[in-house]
Design a binder for this molecule. Structure first.
Ligand code: BMA
Length: 319
């Protein structure tokens, strides 16, 4: 099957709609692991390749491969043995929240890893076969999570979105943009999207962070991102969109004032961390279909569908 897994809406008015078979991977199905959530997905030659964020019963997040023919049923592979360019093992304390991106003919996995329990940073690993991963030297200072690469160079440079953080669960956060000529040395860092900028968009009052790799459209780069609200019962992670200028992605053209998807289903509201929708992958096709994979309550993987046209309409209407 070379078509992506995507289903049409039952109600034409919807901007986004969930897969009725959610959640895809239930922790009960995976022996020895308690959670599988924020994960990376790509679709290449009729096969879905995934990198799952798994948590073992020591509650330590690490990354495992997986494959699927239909984008729904995944065979879990192995714990990734990340290597450095010199062949030595890439040592880390935990690794989490991976995102896949294809740039030219190369595949990269961008993920957060922590070397000693207090230094989360962004790492980039290259893979040719979705099994062996070579980690590049990180060009980011510690205290940053949620690195997301654009799927092509812009004006001759790689472009990264990220969310500078602290060493723990981070009660703040905005989206920054950075540039690099070689994926190692990063610079020209600047604030791109500020949380709670209108004092009206409470849904993203505490922090925001980039989700999947931005999607190229005729009207600009669609950025699907997560935003966090604070409540008496803790934080609530929702999803929404912004649109960046195609040639100059430091320009934000539109940003939605309201969320597009918020925890409503039981598998989003109840889990290891309640009320979390954490988007990490968007699979697209030439017809403008979009299938979003998201971590759900830090416990499951959920899927939602939309289209390029729907997201453009939403972001403009709610700007
Ligand atoms: C964020 C990240 C995510 C997680 C979310 C909700 O800060 O660490 O991995 O899904 O918190 O717990």
């Amino acid at each position: 099957m070379n078509k992506i897994f995507w289903l049409p809406a039952k109600n034409n008015k919807d901007y986004i709609w969930r897969y009725e078979g959610n959640p895809l991977l239930r922790r009960e199905e995976i022996e020895g692991y308690q959670h599988v959530c924020n994960s990376a997905f790509v679709f290449e030659n009729g096969v879905y390749h995934a990198v799952f964020r798994m948590e073992d019963k020591g509650a330590c997040p690490h990354l495992m491969t997986g494959t699927s023919k239909d984008g729904i049923h995944f065979k879990i592979g192995k714990n990734i043995d990340f290597r450095l360019k010199n062949g030595k093992k890439f040592e880390y304390y935990y690794a989490s929240d991976p995102r896949y991106v294809k740039i030219g003919n190369a595949y990269y996995l961008v993920f957060c890893a922590d070397k000693n329990g207090a230094n989360p940073s962004i790492y980039i690993a290259e893979t040719k076969d979705f099994n062996n991963f070579t980690v590049l030297p990180t060009g980011f200072l510690p205290y940053n999570r949620n690195g997301v690469l654009f799927p092509e160079k812009i004006n001759g440079e790689y472009v990264m979105l990220s969310r500078p953080s602290d060493e723990g669960d981070t009660p703040f956060g905005d989206i920054y943009i950075s540039f690099s000529k070689d994926l190692v040395y990063w610079g020209k860092h600047q604030l791109l999207i500020k949380r709670f900028d209108t004092k009206y968009n409470f849904w993203e009052r505490i922090k925001i962070g980039p989700g999947p790799s931005p999607i190229k459209t005729k009207e600009g780069w669609l950025v699907i991102y997560h935003g966090v609200n604070g409540t008496c019962n803790g934080w609530v992670y929702s999803l929404s969109v912004a649109l960046l200028d195609l040639k100059d992605p430091t320009k934000v053209l539109y940003k939605a004032k309201q969320y597009l998807l918020t925890p409503e289903e039981i598998y989003e509201r109840v889990g290891f961390v309640n009320n979390v929708i954490f988007p990490t992958a968007a699979i697209t096709d030439k017809d403008g279909h979009i299938t979003i994979y998201y971590g759900s309550a830090d416990t499951y993987v959920g899927v939602a569908f939309t289209t390029v046209d729907k997201l453009l309409e939403f972001v403009k209407k709610h700007n």
